[in-house]
Unconditional design. Structure first.
Length: 190
């Protein structure tokens, strides 16, 4: 038996492990670009993504209320706001909605798309101001840990100076799937 064979096998397995999340990310971006819910559905852990949005929005709501004087109305507003946010997130974070969020990129564009469409978030125009096709593209991607992978993507309607959307993929059941979407927070917001 050749003594190099185990090292070759280990090298091939390691290379496959490193390449696998990049392949999964490429397939996720392709599914987003296609706009086909059937392609996107199995690539996303929907309960986890919805909970992440709820946590982000409830945290932002709590931060706004914390600056208010102590009174019962602020607590009531926070409780009602959390309930409304939960319902809105459940209704909007669908394959179509997630496609719109990733393609639109920024929170203000995603919110405008949500308000303008009764079926969730709509996709932005597929061309930039000069008529050239713009596609969702990966700005940066790398491992956070052995089973966690983060990517920053910029939507087709975003300029290079706009902050990217951050996606987290987790290795679950032998597959890399999207578990979290972090919308960019503009620096002028508190």
């Amino acid at each position: 038996m050749n003594w190099k064979a185990p090292f070759v096998v280990i090298g091939v397995l390691a290379a496959g492990y490193v390449a696998y999340p990049y392949l999964a990310l490429t397939q996720l971006v392709d599914a987003v670009e296609s706009g086909d819910p059937a392609q996107l559905e199995p690539k996303v852990d929907w309960p986890s993504v919805r909970q992440g949005f709820k946590d982000d929005f409830n945290g932002a709501l709590a931060a706004r209320v914390s600056g208010q004087p102590d009174n019962g109305f602020a607590a009531l507003g926070l409780a009602l706001g959390a309930k409304l946010v939960g319902g809105a997130v459940d209704a909007l974070v669908t394959p179509e909605g997630l496609t719109g969020i990733i393609q639109a990129g920024r929170r203000d564009k995603a919110a405008a798309a949500a308000l303008g469409s009764s079926s969730g978030l709509s996709s932005p125009a597929p061309t930039d101001n000069e008529g050239k096709p713009r596609h969702t593209h990966v700005v940066w991607a790398f491992f956070d840990g052995l089973t966690s992978f983060t990517a920053r993507v910029r939507g087709r309607g975003e300029a290079d100076s706009d902050p990217p959307v951050r996606l987290r993929l987790q290795l679950e059941g032998g597959r890399w799937i999207l578990t979290r979407v972090f919308l960019p927070v503009p620096s002028n917001e508190q």
